[in-house]
Design a protein around this ligand. Structure first.
Ligand code: PLP
Length: 437
């Protein structure tokens, strides 16, 4: 056995053969930088995978995890608790929009989505609306990779090879409207009417069949699609009119990415359920969860017999002690270092910096909100996605980590980024985009 043989590990969402022919290995991380195995420092323009909001190797979080591992490595979560789970739930409710009551834990964004969808179905049934089994998602939505998530999700490549998926799912159209909203800085002007798709689905299927509608406030994974002005409000109003639960998938937008704890606060629209993961533990220990509005837990409990398990759902690692310790320490760091406010303060500079790339030949659109940006390129001469991937590869070689999806570059740096680092990311991109064909 050769320990450095790359063939045994089947890598996720990776072109395995291409990677193994030309690997990119990370061996360390500190602050705004990853360290590559050849000793190079790589400036993190993506907060890992949209998750390391406080940067890497944050001493307080590291210490909390180390101490927790020594004190209580594991506690079974069914029919027993450990104090940090309750403390964390209270802290999260304090961060949530007004009117949220409970937190349920899981281990990832994908599991948070499954948990949210199941909770919505259980709530409808518990309140006597058991015919509401239909789930509505959106084209170009990404809700992780489990069966519920890919069913409500709207990415053909993630759905096509996996059979029939969930029955009774429908989709809104996505909100991307390049004809009217190109190069918008911040929230696009046009497209609130696209929310009326939900009204159309109500007319088609009947409200009494629809349990919930799930959307990402900003569809990040499919290229940073910022919701048009008034869109989320309109979705909220249609859900209210028809007894449909509104779920915001905030796996990326939670924990300061938009300068507020959740996107719900940034947009001033409160859903009924919020999913979270990633920044919850600053990416350090896998953890996800949902926040539910007051009344959901109570209704589900009231429908179950006294002494019965009210919601038959949960994971071996729900509320894992290491995850809770990491989350509590992350929340401390976010608060004490004022990172959400810092992100809000950096937003104008960030917006100006990314939009300064406008005019570079292959760029066909630039979009941004909070500390997120999407830069869309015309497909290169070697086929869809190849130009963006080559830019990604070149950026890695030159010490900047970006993310690409198809022909779109997505940026989402840690909220601790400094002004010169914003400039360095944008200048590196400017040079490399101009050089790659
Ligand atoms: N939901 C959204 C909006 C996401 O962006 C992601 C991941 O990027 C997920 C769910 C899935 O999260 P995970 O990869 O932790 O399962």
């Amino acid at each position: 056995m050769k320990l450095n043989d790359l063939s045994s590990y089947w890598m996720p969402f990776t072109a395995n053969r291409q990677f193994k022919a030309d690997p990119r290995m990370i061996v360390g991380a500190q602050g705004m930088y990853f360290q590559a195995d050849d000793g190079r420092e790589i400036l993190d323009g993506t907060a890992g995978l949209w998750c390391s909001n406080a940067g890497h190797g944050q001493p307080r979080i590291v210490e909390a995890i180390q101490q927790q591992a020594a004190k209580l490595d594991y506690a079974p979560p069914f029919q027993m608790g450990s104090p940090a789970q309750f403390e964390l739930a209270n802290r999260l409710i304090d961060l949530a929009p007004e009117g949220f009551g409970q937190v349920f834990y899981c281990n990832s964004g994908s599991e948070a989505v499954e948990t949210a969808l199941k909770t919505a179905l259980a709530w409808q049934r518990a309140r006597g609306e058991g015919t509401r089994t239909r789930l509505v998602g959106r084209e170009r939505g990404y809700h992780g990779i489990n069966f519920g998530g890919i069913s409500v999700g709207g990415i053909v490549g993630n759905r096509a090879m996996f059979g029939a998926l969930l029955a009774g799912v429908d989709h809104l159209r996505h909100t991307h409207d390049p004809q009217r909203n190109l190069f918008t800085q911040g929230v696009p002007e046009h497209g609130a009417d696209l929310a009326d798709d939900l009204e159309r689905l109500v007319q088609l299927h009947g409200a009494q069949t629809i349990a919930a509608c799930i959307v990402e406030p900003i569809a990040c994974s499919t290229g940073v699609l910022v919701p048009p002005k008034g869109y989320l409000e309109r979705l909220r109003a249609i859900c209210d009119r028809h007894g449909i639960l509104l779920i915001f998938d905030e796996v990326i937008t939670g924990f300061g990415r938009l300068g507020t704890p959740f996107a719900a606060q940034r947009f001033g629209v409160a859903p009924d359920i919020i999913t979270m993961a990633k920044g919850l533990t600053n990416g350090t220990v896998p953890m996800g969860g949902i926040l539910v509005r007051e009344g959901i837990y109570e209704t589900i409990c009231a429908a179950a017999a006294e002494g019965a398990v009210e919601l038959p759902h949960g994971y071996t690692y729900s509320g894992h002690p290491l995850a809770c310790a990491a989350a509590l320490a992350s929340l401390d760091v976010y608060r004490e270092e004022g990172l959400f406010e810092r992100a809000a303060g950096l937003e104008p500079l960030w917006q100006e910096a990314v939009h300064s790339l406008r005019g570079l030949a292959p760029i066909v659109d630039i979009r941004n909100l909070g500390l997120i940006a999407g830069i869309e390129l015309e497909a290169g001469p070697h086929g869809p996605g190849t130009r963006a991937f080559e830019i990604y590869r070149r950026c890695w070689e030159e010490g900047v980590l970006i993310r690409v999806t198809g022909d779109i570059i997505a940026l989402s740096p840690p909220l601790i980024i400094e002004e010169e680092q914003v400039a360095h990311i944008v200048d590196t991109l400017r040079r490399i985009i101009a050089e790659v064909d």
